[in-house]
Structures are given as C-alpha cells and as structure tokens.
Design a protein around this ligand. Structure first.
Ligand SMILES: *Cc1c(COP(=O)(O)O)cnc(C)c1O
Length: 429
C-alpha cells in the first residue's frame, strides 16, 4: 500500500478492520468473551507490564471495541483512543488522568444539558470543579484559567442554540496557556469537524448519536491527538511521574504519544470500569460505515427545513448556524465547511402552549430525548429535559418556553416539512 492518505469515505469503512486471522471473516467479529487465554506465564507477565500489547480481560480491552476505537481515532486524526459505556463516561475518562482534588476545568457555558449537570454538580464529589464561561469572550476564558486549571472543555457544535465554537481561537488560547483542549465532537461528528486540526488535544463522543446513527446503543469514545507534552508543565503527574496506581510506571516516559491512551486503559478502565461492550461496539461500527453519506443527507435536510421554517409566519425565529441570518454563519466555513449539522431550535408564536400542542401533533417526528437518529426527532425542552431548571437557567441554556428543538433525520425532506406544516397548523390554530 502507498503512503497516500485515504479519504474519509474509505477510512470509515476500512479502519480497524483486517480480516480475522483464524477464519478470514471479512466483517469484524463480535468477540463476545470476557477473558483471553495467555500463551504461557511469560506472555501473561509481558501483557501486565505493558511490554506487549494484547488481550487480557474485556473491562480493559476487547478486539471488537478496539476496532471501533481505532476507526474513530483514524477519522478524528488521533493516535489512540478507547470505547466507553456512554458519552458521559467518556467525559469522565477524559478528565480522569488530568485532574486531582482541587483541580478545575474551564468549560463553555454552551453545553449539552447532561454535561452541564455532570460538570456543575457531580464532579464536585471527586473534588473537581468546572468554571463555566462564554467561549465567545476569549479574555474571560483566559481570565478563568488559574493555577489549578487542568483542561479547557467545549463542544464543536453546541446544541440546542445552533452555536459553533471558534475552535481556531480556542485552540490557540489553549496552546498559549499550556493546557489540553477537550472537544465534545458529538453533534458535528468527525465528518463535519476535525477539532484536532484546530489544536484540540482530546476528543470525546457520545457514539449514541450520529456515529451509530440509528438510536440503538448507548456508547462513548475518547480520542487522543498524541500532540500534548504531558511532562512540560509538571501539572499532570499521573502521566509524567511514576504512577502509584500502576506500580510506579512513568506513562509519558515509557509510552510517549500513547501515554494518555494506555493510562486510560491500564488505570482508567481498569478501576472505573466505564467499558463499552462488544455488541454495542458492533452496532456502532456498522453505523460508521455510512457516516459521511448520512451526514450529507442530515445537513441537506436540515438546511431545507431551517430555511422553510424561517420563511413561515407562524415562526418567530430559527437558530441554525447554516442560515445566512445566523451570527455564527461565518464560522461554518472555517470550522465545519461541510455544514452546520442537523440540530437546531426554533421559537413558535403562541409560546409554551403552542409548543406542547406541536409535539403532540407531529406524526413523522418522534417526541424523544435523543439526537442524531436516522429518524427526525423533536423535543420541547422547557416541559421535559429542562423542566427542573429555574427560568434564568432555562434562558441561559436556550430552552425558553416557546422553543422547540429538532434533530433532523434522513427521510425525504418534503415529508419532514409536510409533518411540521400540519402540526404547526394544529398548534397555532
Ligand atoms: C448525548 C450527548 C452526551 C452524553 O452522551 P450519552 O451517550 O447520552 O452519555 C454528551 N454530549 C453531547 C453533545 C450529547 O449530545
């Protein structure tokens, strides 16, 4: 094979997939096994010492899960990665090697609702904290960084407000302050955006969404760019000093650019157990084979639907970065030139009551708390996912009473529009 880099469409089908050496199976088998037999005692010792790479126990690594991690790593342009039990698990796994009690992560205010709660409430039990700032205000981001900050965190395309992070600027800022940048690339997928090209260190995914693409499994992934120098600042002792949790191994010295990935397996997955299962990895591998084809269609449909909604007089406003009226339209070309994704929200005339009627009147759309499915999905955040929040919190997160969020699927766009049309007629009657 030549050194010529393969195109995205080829990588999404082939990366991580070599014919099974025993049977010649063309598709990646589901290695539905907990443990793997050692050749002999010496082999077992070499595996545990990380001197030889191989299979021990599926909480750590499994060939089907590893194939998926390799494929996502290749699509993101990283050097190593792991599969996790969910997107939320991947976020904890990204922070775990970096943080100690008293440390903080500086994160964007524009976060997936579940991440907002994980960062503002749950991680405090580990002694970690998050400082949330507006990532359009670069001075504020810089000012939030203190001596205990260990990472910068944002989403490439943040839902539900049609917001696109200026990854170019945030990547440079992270570099200036010498901290790893973690990007949640769930809403964009590596087809629309490759954060590592903008200087991101670590990528997290909820594979539950576009990567699987059909609403069948919950999963997550973590990819390391391999570009961060963990030893430069002395801030990351788990990676750059003898790690007491792994018989004093200095991961950075021993494994170089693979330090983070090996630490995530040998310490993170071993002790936190946030492991993906091989059956789930299989479904996601099948989904990824058509990722680029689906994303093209998701984006084309979203653009059509958003433009139709914007021109409709029953609608107050549409927040989709792919619309010329969006304040983030100029970022689309720079950050995600193949399109602004397929997730956006719109405000309906008639407020809360009209929105509730709308979600009760759709027929093609499914009223669910999910996104990134082949099917078109709708949710009224104010009466569901954001019900427990105060009015101020709802406003800050874009979940106003008159706002409905759509995840546009890959159906015929005329059918999607016809369904919204008939439901809007009932909702605003
Ligand atoms: C769904 C989602 C998550 C959480 O992923 P799970 O797989 O549900 O744990 C995190 N970030 C974003 C942007 C998401 O859409």
């Amino acid at each position: 094979m030549s050194d010529r880099p393969q195109g995205f469409d080829t990588v999404q089908v082939h990366a991580g997939n070599t014919p099974d050496p025993t049977t010649g199976a063309r598709q990646i088998p589901i290695y539905q096994t907990t443990a793997f037999v050692f050749r002999d005692a010496e082999h077992a010792a070499a595996l545990f010492n990380l001197q030889e790479v191989g299979w021990i126990y599926s909480r750590l690594t499994n060939p089907t899960v590893a194939a998926l991690a390799e494929r996502i790593t290749a699509l993101e342009g990283g050097v190593g990665g792991i599969g996790c039990s969910s997107g939320h698990a991947a976020q904890i796994m990204a922070l775990f090697p970096l943080m100690m009690p008293g440390c903080n992560v500086v994160a964007s205010t524009r976060l997936y609702g579940g991440t907002y709660t994980q960062f503002t409430q749950t991680i405090r039990r580990f002694g970690w904290s998050a400082k949330l700032v507006d990532f359009d205000d670069l001075d504020a981001v810089k000012a939030a960084v203190d001596e205990n900050t260990r990472a910068i965190f944002c989403e490439s395309i943040a839902n539900p407000g049609g917001y696109i992070t200026d990854l170019d600027a945030i990547g440079k800022l992270s570099d200036d302050v010498g901290l790893p940048l973690i990007v949640d690339n769930t809403s964009a997928s590596p087809y629309l955006c490759r954060p590592i090209d903008f200087g991101a260190t670590l990528i997290v995914h909820s594979t539950t969404k576009y990567l699987t693409g059909n609403g069948t499994v919950t999963g997550g992934a973590l990819v390391d760019s391999g570009k961060f120098d963990w030893s430069a600042s002395g801030k990351f002792p788990s990676l750059s000093e003898p790690e007491p949790a792994y018989h004093g191994l200095n991961f950075h010295e021993a494994l170089g650019p693979m330090a983070f990935t090996f630490h995530s397996i040998a310490v993170g997955l071993r002790d936190l157990g946030t492991t993906m299962n091989p059956q789930g990895a299989h479904y996601t591998l099948m989904g990824i084979e058509s990722l680029s084809l689906r994303m093209e269609k998701h984006v084309a449909n979203a653009e059509k639907v958003a433009n139709w909604l914007e021109a409709d007089d029953r609608i107050e406003s549409v927040t989709y970065a792919g619309l010329k009226s969006s304040p983030y339209f100029d970022r689309v070309e720079r950050i995600c030139p193949k399109g602004a994704g397929a997730l956006f929200s719109f405000a309906v005339k008639g407020g809360y009551d009209a929105c509730v009627k709308l979600v009760d009147s759709v027929e093609l759309f499914s009223h669910v708390a999910n996104l990134g499915d082949a099917r078109s999905l709708i949710i009224h955040s104010a009466s569901t996912t954001h019900r427990q929040l105060t009015d101020e919190q709802r406003e800050a997160s874009g979940a106003l009473p008159n706002v409905v969020r759509l995840s546009i699927g890959i159906e015929d766009p005329d059918d999607i529009i016809a369904d919204l049309d008939q439901a809007l007629t009932k909702a605003t009657a």
